[in-house]
Design a protein around this ligand. Sequence first.
Ligand code: 9Z3
Length: 372
Amino acid sequence: MASSRSGNAPSASLDSLAEDQYFSAHPTPVDLEKHVAQAQDFINHQLTAGRRVVLVTSGGTIAPLEKQMVRFIDNFSAGTRGARSAEHFLEAGYSVIFMHRQFSLQPFSCRYSHTTDCFLDYLVEGPNGSVVVRKDDSDKMLQVLKKYREVREKNMLLFLPFVTVNDYLHLLRAVGRAMQPLGTDGLLYLAAAVSDFFVPPSQMSEHKIQSTDHAKPSGATTTENEEKKGIPDYFTSPENITSNKQLTIFLDAVPKFLANLVHTWAPRCMIVSFKLETDPDLLLEKSKTALSRYQHDLVIGNLLTTRKWEVVFITPDGQEKWIRAPAHKEGETEDRSLDRSKLPDEPAVELESLVVPAVIELHTRHIQQHST
Ligand code: 9Z3
């Protein structure tokens, strides 16, 4: 059966209007052309090699508060899910476009960065002025190094960084479109924690927001001087706090482009999104709503506190399937909602080693069902 979701969107013309409006009003990142060229070369290589390709998005995006950015709003994501998942996809023979927040965790090196040990702690002085890996760590590090070298030598891993939510959206659209030639062999695994709110450029101060400029009542008009400095009315303080120099920032919702990705940018690829909640009572409902709204292939729901321990797969057939990492005692599995307060930092088996094979199984089914 041929698969094309193109044109199936209930509100396709609205989606396309929103896309035109966003991408014409929000500046194209300076490196976009270079990154897209890299993605195209990489994808062409994989097409020749006959490999499946997964785009893994990873880490958080930031929402800048100023054009010449001094301050920004960030989120908690370190990129653990994305980095580990990328390793498991590579292990299974996929080529990986790792689209990640700059300086967040990366596959393989994540085993040694952002840890409690500094990388220098792994090194000692060797013979003749050389530097060698500490004895206890060298076997494990050699395995990690070999795997990393192998995928780099085979050109199976491409790193593409983003920082702001705008960088992310431009890059996602361009790379999604570049994946079209892969057809059903393409998989998008959207694990990045994308900002929901931002200050749109039309409302953003050019320069650093000054603390002295905010002691004025809400609704006060911007002074001529402030207009020259590009400080908009968006950053005014409510009347009752004028003497405290508090800053009130109004944020707009970041438009969602998942429908555009599903129906227009990469219509034949399998698309997996993640849904993050903190309230267990909302997780299933929100995950199901996302799947029915965007009509993609899989939503993986997770809660902030238990995200290393369990996720739930929501599929279009209405099924919900929990995947749980074994608890800290060997062989023991939790068969109910996890009590975070009783858990150690990490499960005995990393969750992504179970999640990724389950996603691959669904991808294989997607290919079988939708190949021409
Ligand atoms: C996730 O839910 C990821 O699993 C985490 C991973 C961000 C929780 P870490 O990087 O955390 O390992 O520390 N990602 C998606 C989060 C998200 O922003 N989803 C949007 C939403 O929930 C939909 S695209 O509305």
